[in-house]
Design a protein. Structure first.
Length: 357
């Protein structure tokens, strides 16, 4: 059996800067996470300032920062490019500003590029400020789907077969089709190599050059490198890891289609079963693999490990999320609650682990 270590609630009042928003296609998800995190931090007695790196060193009201809400679809590639063009330099200004003066901890509520991929972690380390979650190396490695799958496979963790393509190589449609067919065939999943929340993802169930072309264009619009993965039919499971402990397995059951951006962040579109209705042996196996994946990528503090359970009860690890969502539909809080850890306690546990790392 997996043993849970006793969680400790800190009574120390900290000066915390909560980073939310950012430059990625997941900025609206980050803002939603940030609202919940901010409430918990203040209820736990901490003194909290909020900053969105897109505003640089400017002190902006919380009302302005949190004005956006998660919409049905993820932001378009053009809107993200414009935001990055206007605001990418401001990330440096934000971290180098007085906003971080006398801060005990930066709680990273960012998701996706420039938040979950090691870039903001690098800037914070240069500034000499403690921050929540995994470090630079593990953040970057986990965000790169191709490299993280290489590491998982090396460590004996089953993951769907995959191939990668670079935008700069300009492979022809026929070359890509031939590589898919010679590798694993259809159905397959096409997605950006370094995005989350199913941004830019397409599932192709059969060979269709027109659909393939559209899927490639979409994926390449969000990343210079894409991954094409064998589609594994089965049940979607996820396992949080906090510290060195795994928590209850959750099954994710979309009410229609697949677990895309809309189903993730729209209330009522997905059912979550926690603990998942699986055998005790399978629960133990999933949780142990999750811990192994977390450790193999050198993750720290917390993560969420996603799986597909196929028809033969084989677990395939899809990816490790180093800054999983903390919205009101998010999975880590659901699982922790089943172990008797409420949201405020979970946030405090993340703080304690982050300060000690």
């Amino acid at each position: 059996m997996i043993i849970f270590k006793e969680h400790m609630i800190s009574h120390k009042n900290l000066n915390i800067l909560l980073l939310v928003g950012g430059l990625s296609a997941e900025r609206e998800v980050s803002l939603s996470s940030g609202r919940a995190i901010l409430k918990a931090l203040r209820e736990n007695g901490h003194k909290v300032k909020v900053a969105d790196p897109i505003y640089g060193s400017e002190e902006v009201s919380e009302e302005k920062i949190f004005q956006d809400y998660i919409k049905r679809d993820y932001p378009t590639k053009d809107s993200i490019r414009l935001l990055q063009k206007i605001s990418s330099r401001k990330m440096l200004d934000c971290i180098n500003s007085k906003l971080l003066d006398n801060i005990d901890l930066v709680f990273i509520g960012l998701h996706g590029k420039f938040g979950e991929d090691g870039k903001i972690q690098t800037l914070l380390e240069l500034r000499g400020v403690k921050y929540s979650g995994s470090g630079v190396f593990s953040s970057n490695l986990s965000m790169d789907k191709d490299f993280s799958k290489v590491i998982m496979k090396f460590n004996g963790i089953k993951t769907p077969d995959w191939i990668t393509f670079y935008k700069s190589e300009e492979d022809s449609l026929n070359e890509i089709t031939n590589k898919i067919n010679s590798s694993f065939g259809y159905p397959c999943v096409i997605k950006p190599n370094d995005e989350g929340s199913t941004v830019g993802l397409t599932i192709l169930f059969d060979e269709d050059n027109e659909k393939l072309s559209a899927a490639l264009e979409l994926a390449f619009s969000y990343s210079e490198k894409i991954i094409i993965e064998k589609y594994i039919k089965g049940r979607e499971l996820t396992v949080p890891v906090i510290g060195t402990d795994s928590y209850h397995v959750i099954e994710i059951i979309p009410k229609d289609g697949f677990y895309d951006y809309e189903h993730k962040y729209s209330k009522g579109r997905t059912d979550y079963i926690c603990p998942a209705d699986i055998s005790e042996l399978l629960e133990i196996e999933a949780r142990q693999i999750a811990v192994n994946a977390h450790k193999s990528l050198e993750c720290e503090v917390y993560s969420r490990v996603d799986f597909i359970l196929n028809e033969n009860n084989e677990l395939y690890c899809l990816e490790v999320n180093t800054l999983p969502g903390m919205t009101d539909t998010s999975l880590v809080p659901k699982s922790a609650l089943k172990s008797g850890i409420n949201f405020n306690q979970l946030i405090e546990k993340i703080i304690n682990l982050s300060i000690r790392k």
